[in-house]
Design a binder for this molecule. Structure first.
Ligand code: NAP
Length: 238
């Protein structure tokens, strides 16, 4: 990955160490973006492989201090480069209750799901706000799930995951209204072969990331703000 030159565009991706976040990182690097990858456990190996176009930073989206410290350092770094943040992708997520039925679901699973999937994205977006507002056409993309769609829910179950992703969707909608200068979208990456999606998922991380990056780099994205799309660019109903 050392050969990447940057085109001046910047993206922050949380959960960039594996799964869809890692594939998004690779895809943006291929398209010459400068990628800032947020991970819970930084690895010098990954940083060395990717070269200067990829910069890793430590962040735990459940922890406000970690989020605020991460963005205090990023702000210094961005200021010294004279750059702003073009795109924030809130990708970090957990699926805590895959097997639990209604009477078994634990409060711990519910709290953790909301804390990571919904509040985590809010914490990160708040900490990134000044960097986003300094960009000419900023964008926030929240990686949700079709499972967060109320109208698509015919299967029931997965209370913690579904409820936390529905909360993420509502956060995105309100944010898109409060900050019309920032295009904000909700994304469904497909059912993807990752640790979360499992081995039977039909979509590879590469195909998902290619589709998401195509959507996120479309010129008309501003007009799509406050809406919900899958990785093939099709709109999903709330
Ligand atoms: N895979 C699917 O089929 C599918 C479908 C719909 C939506 N999604 C969504 O897509 C996103 C990525 O999923 P994935 O399939 O790539 O999952 P994954 O392979 O399980 O990866 C999850 C990522 O989130 C990070 N993460 C979890 N908790 C975190 C925290 N507190 N702070 C910072 N990072 C944290 C993980 O970091 P660690 O390595 O440190 O744990 C990891 O990088 C999620 O939001 C998920 O809900 C996935």
């Amino acid at each position: 990955m050392n050969a990447f030159k940057t085109n001046g565009k910047t993206v922050v991706i949380t959960g960039s160490n594996r799964g869809i976040g890692a594939a998004l990182t690779n895809e943006f690097l291929k398209q010459n973006w400068q990628v800032f990858g947020g991970v819970r456990r930084p690895s010098s190996d990954r940083q060395m492989q990717a070269g200067a176009a990829y910069q890793e930073f430590q962040i735990d989206v459940q922890d406000s201090n970690s989020v605020n410290n991460a963005f205090a350092k990023l702000r210094e770094d961005f200021h010294s480069r004279g750059s702003s943040l073009d795109l924030l992708i809130n990708n970090a997520g957990v699926y805590e209750d895959a097997e639990a039925n209604f009477t078994e679901i634990s409060e711990q699973a519910l709290f953790k799901s909301f804390d990571v999937n919904a509040m985590g994205a809010m914490r990160v977006t708040k900490a990134a706000l000044s960097l986003l507002l300094a960009a000419p056409q900023p964008l926030v993309a929240n990686v949700s799930s079709l499972m967060g769609s109320i109208s698509d829910n015919t299967g029931g179950g997965s209370y913690a995951y579904r409820m936390s992703k529905a909360a993420l969707n509502m956060f995105t909608k309100s944010f898109s209204i409060d900050y019309p200068q920032i295009a904000s979208v909700v994304l469904h990456p497909g059912w993807v072969k990752t640790e979360m999606g499992g081995p039977n998922a039909p979509t590879s991380t590469e195909d998902s990331a290619r589709g998401l990056v195509k959507l996120l780099t479309t010129a008309k994205l501003k007009s799509l703000s406050g809406r919900f799309f899958d990785f093939e660019g099709d709109e999903i109903s709330w």
